[in-house]
Design a protein around this ligand. Structure first.
Ligand code: PAF
Length: 293
């Protein structure tokens, strides 16, 4: 689809849900399809890939930037989460984004706000749902609000946050939200490190160490394909991470790629997912893995 890229000074910045709704309604009246990329800012190439994927699917692209307090547990990194609004807006202008939506916490959660969206089932019974209690309720609630505020035709989410992606798909289906959820492949640096805003916390030495996470998951995937059980391959991956200097491993797990229910072995398609820490920095990654025939 031909996309008329707005001039750099034409990207709108909107802070209120009412203003966002007015703009979206006008675009829809003009027969245009709208796409939304929800983000917490500190934008990197992974976010930009989501924008590029949407440009190919819709006429107008909105990027929301909102560091959502309700998805951080007490003691997590909400206060120090990287914030870089000026450079984020520059990147979005350069990519021809039509509107940057930047609501404030008191607009998203005004006094008296009490509603939560809690997705149930195996998707929220393990992995990050166990390691970060309450996290996905915060994510589902804010994503539902953003989707209802913008009512996009398509919303793009990265596979790097694979459990989040599956939970959002489930929520959109269960609530009959009229939106297509577009998954976008993880963007990695030239040594395989999945791009993440939290990588900004890493020192150069820690970044080198972090690059081993993907490699160790890839070797666990190869072991699974050679017939190792999920338990054996994941335990070995966890031991390797700790041996090379990761300071903690929340999980390495083999799961069904749709339901995320644990798998004992690889008989068809699976997903291997991990969360591990280097000092105060928590990294997550995941890989698709398929039984070799
Ligand atoms: O993936 C993220 O950056 C966040 O969890 C999201 C989807 C923007 C909700 O705050």
């Amino acid at each position: 689809m031909a996309y008329p890229k707005p001039a750099p000074d034409q990207m709108l910045i909107e802070q209120s849900p009412a203003g966002l709704r007015r703009w979206c309604a006008a675009r829809r009246r003009a027969g245009e399809r709208i796409g939304l990329v929800p983000t917490m800012g500190a934008l990197h190439e992974g976010h930009l890939a989501l924008v590029t994927a949407l440009h190919a699917a819709v006429d107008r692209v909105i990027v929301s930037i909102f560091v959502n307090p309700t998805q951080f547990a007490p003691g997590e990194d909400y206060a120090r989460y990287p914030r870089s609004e000026d450079s984020d807006l520059e990147k979005l202008r350069a990519l021809g984004v039509d509107l940057a939506y930047m609501p404030t916490p008191d607009v998203m959660y005004p006094t008296g706000f009490t509603t939560e969206i809690a997705v149930g089932g195996p998707l929220t019974q393990g992995l990050d749902a166990t390691a970060r209690p309450g996290h996905f309720t915060g994510v589902a609630t804010v994503v539902a609000k953003l989707l209802l505020q913008a009512m996009p035709d398509v919303a793009a989410f990265g596979e790097k946050d694979y459990q989040q992606l599956q939970i959002i798909r489930r929520m959109a289906a269960d609530l009959d939200l009229p939106v297509e959820i577009l998954p976008v492949k993880t963007v990695r640096d030239n040594q395989g490190l999945a791009l993440s805003s939290r990588n900004a916390y890493l020192t150069p030495a820690e970044r080198d160490l972090a690059r081993q996470l993907n490699k160790i998951l890839a070797s666990a995937a190869a072991e699974l394909q050679s017939g190792a059980s999920g338990r054996e391959a994941c335990a070995r991956a966890e031991a390797k991470l700790l041996a090379i200097g990761f300071t903690g491993v929340d999980y390495v797990a083999l799961a069904d790629p749709d339901s995320l229910a644990p798998l004992e072995s690889l008989t068809a398609k699976g997903r291997i997912l991990a969360a591990a820490r280097i000092g105060k920095t928590r990294l997550i990654d995941n890989l698709a893995v398929e039984a070799s025939r």
